[in-house]
Ligand binder design. Structure first.
Ligand code: PBG
Length: 328
């Protein structure tokens, strides 16, 4: 509007003068309700193993995870996302759908304990395969369609254990539809799908692969994960996953892809999640440990930015620490 008066009548600093005024016009409120805590679940009992590249993050066995679950509940976080570490790997990743696998057991135990927070499970094969890829190998390639029934089987085993949302993270074409059909066939119409819809072939997964032992043993994931410069293509991925039955679509990593979050939110008006990945966490922790950055402030600023971009919730290894600050 051209009749909008400018300076000196307009002074935007007036509303920044005191904390009360700033609070009144604050546009984004980050709360613990926005945060989901990821966990790496080990087989066995009494195990807690720190992840060197992710200070403050430990891989835990099921019994230790139950203690974590009590903390998550006390902090009133709305959800957790579980990754499993198998006791043995094979070419097809068969422990991924084992009813007695670490994730399946952990989900059952958390649910039996009566916690109300949402339990989400990562559905992928890379932690379970000897080659570390997210699908089965045929002729040296990551085969698409032969991978689908395996992913569907994993998802059904998680649903049977009681997962609220299953989260396919493999970037194999058609997996959301395959998972939805398998869940429905098995009677799990109410189990939701959180699709890693726009997941990029990112350098920021490095620390996770150390934690999960899921580094590909040959090649890389560029033949199935997305090319980082592409955003229009991300919208096509998201549209495809929604058409196949995704309930929530996720963009991953978060910080370098906030334009994709914003566009997805505006285009589709559906719940969009973001995964602030291991490398984002590690960078902040490393700079904080050296005194190069004010870690708590930078953490909240980063998470607020991800929220402001349009996310419904954020998966972040900072979830517990941030919730403590936000609840106090
Ligand atoms: C499995 C998976 C990965 C992450 C989540 N699920 C790793 C990968 O694709 O290599 C990354 C999470 C993180 O870095 O925090 N496919």
């Amino acid at each position: 509007m051209t009749d909008q008066p400018g300076f000196p009548m307009l002074r935007l600093r007036r509303l920044r003068r005191t904390e009360a005024l700033r609070r009144l016009v604050r546009e984004t409120a980050l709360t613990a309700d926005d945060l989901v805590m990821p966990y790496f679940v080990l087989p066995g009992r009494g195990r807690r193993e720190p992840v060197p590249s992710m200070p403050g993050v430990e891989r835990v066995s099921g019994d230790e995870l139950l203690k974590e679950a009590d903390r998550v509940a006390a902090l009133r976080l709305p959800g957790v996302l579980l990754f499993g570490l198998p006791s043995r790997k094979d070419a097809r990743g068969s422990e991924a759908w084992d009813e007695r696998g670490p994730v399946q057991r952990a989900v059952r135990e958390i649910k039996r304990r009566g916690h109300g927070f949402a339990v989400m499970t990562d559905v992928c094969l890379c932690e379970y395969t000897t080659h570390g890829h997210c699908g089965v190998i045929r002729g040296g390639e990551i085969a698409n369609d032969p991978t689908l029934p395996l992913l569907a089987r994993v998802a059904v085993s998680h649903a049977r254990a009681g997962a609220d949302l299953v989260a396919p993270s493999d970037m194999i074409d058609g997996r959301v539809g395959a998972v939805r059909a398998a869940l429905d066939r098995a009677g799990f119409q109410s189990t939701g799908i959180l699709a890693y819809a726009a997941k990029y072939a990112s350098a920021f997964y490095g620390p996770f692969r150390e934690a999960a032992g899921s580094t590909p043993q040959f090649g890389d994931r560029r033949g199935y994960q997305m090319d980082p410069p592409n955003a229009d293509e991300a919208l096509r991925e998201i549209a495809a996953d929604l058409a196949e039955g995704a309930d929530v679509v996720m963009v991953k990593p978060a910080l370098a892809y906030l334009d994709v979050v914003r566009r997805a939110r505006e285009r589709f008006g559906v719940p969009v999640a973001a995964y602030s990945v291991s490398g984002e966490y590690a960078m902040l922790k490393a700079a904080g440990a050296r005194g190069w950055i004010d870690e708590p402030r930078a953490m909240l600023e980063m998470l607020t930015g991800i929220k402001r971009a349009g996310t419904s919730f954020i998966i972040t290894y900072h979830a517990k620490d941030a919730a403590k600050l936000l609840r106090s």
